[in-house]
Design a protein around this ligand. Structure first.
Ligand code: SAM
Length: 283
């Protein structure tokens, strides 16, 4: 079953949360010169025009990236991470347009920070989504693979570069995907002890993310940091009411940097929006 298409959700509050976290992690990693292997296990299309039929159907970007774009001058003055993130967002627009025409997906955020010594592997299983990804202009050290992301990641371990950074961002269409994420994280930690791994998960009324979190706590993994953005109470909605990010082996200082940026972002995402972060499993 591969029904999910991220184009229907591009630029929503969860994308903002996920890509701001990803961008911040990358900025920390770029402080050292040693090469990094980046892996995006569930890549999607790479860059989303906001004018397509799919994206205009739900227009989730209107309550995600748009309020941040509208307040970009104020946000950039208030916070240096947001200033840099919003600069990149500007670079993702057509011909430096002052209008928001596109929302960049994770392959774009990763490829944009790629240095000659780094490598990027982008996995996408959906044939149509992979065709869109193939159409993106990416640097030569970014490879695109049409196939299963977690299996592909397992085959790559251990990587040849001294550092590894992985984004795991499944669509969670299958219940099993929560447990597959746990297995993938444990396998990775066994083969690349210092690898930095980001996992996105949805907060849905069914509450399956709690099983994911409990399994990870019981797994023996250490240094797992959590950030949750909640827009509503679970009882008030049938849909996704929040977005969660886990970072295994977070760079030192990430928590404070993101908390400061999210303090500016969160009030713009809705009247009941709130953000909290901290260790899920300490060292
Ligand atoms: N990471 C993207 C971003 O931030 O822009 C969004 C990814 S979207 C949430 C999940 C993607 O994973 C979809 O494009 C879906 O087709 C793809 N997918 C689903 N199962 C997969 C699998 N087993 N391996 C790789 N990709 C898969």
């Amino acid at each position: 079953m591969l029904a999910y298409q991220h184009a229907y959700h591009a630029g929503n509050f969860a994308d903002v949360h996920k890509h701001l976290t990803l961008f911040s992690v990358i900025q920390y990693l770029l402080r050292k010169n040693s090469p990094i292997t980046y892996v995006d296990t569930h890549a999607g299309r790479g860059r989303y025009p906001l004018g397509t039929v799919e994206t205009r159907k739900l227009m989730e970007y209107r309550t995600g990236v748009v309020p941040l774009w509208q307040a970009r001058h104020e946000l950039a003055t208030a916070n240096t991470l947001l200033e840099a993130w919003l600069d990149r967002l500007q670079e993702a627009q057509d011909a430096q347009s002052a209008r928001l025409t596109h929302y960049p997906g994770s392959p774009w955020w990763l490829a944009h920070e790629l240095r000659p010594q780094d490598r990027l592997s982008l996995f996408e299983l959906h044939p149509g989504e992979h065709r869109h990804l193939e159409a993106q202009a990416l640097p030569t050290n970014a490879r695109r693979v049409h196939g299963d992301g977690l299996a592909g990641l397992a085959r790559m371990l251990p990587v040849a570069t001294p550092r590894l950074c992985v984004l795991i961002d499944p669509s969670y269409e299958r219940k099993d995907e929560y447990q597959e994420v746990v297995t993938a994280l444990c396998r990775l930690a066994g083969k690349a002890r210092h690898g930095v791994v980001l996992v996105w998960y949805p907060l849905l009324p069914a509450g399956r993310h709690r099983e994911l979190l409990a399994s990870l706590r019981d797994s023996g993994l250490r240094k797992l940091w959590q950030s949750e953005l909640q827009l509503a109470e679970p009882s008030d909605t049938h849909g996704m009411y929040g977005s969660g990010m886990l970072v295994l082996n977070p760079p030192w200082g990430l928590g404070e940097t993101l908390a400061a940026a999210m303090a500016e972002v969160t009030p713009r995402l809705g009247p009941a929006a709130r953000h909290r972060s901290g260790w899920w499993v300490e060292e």
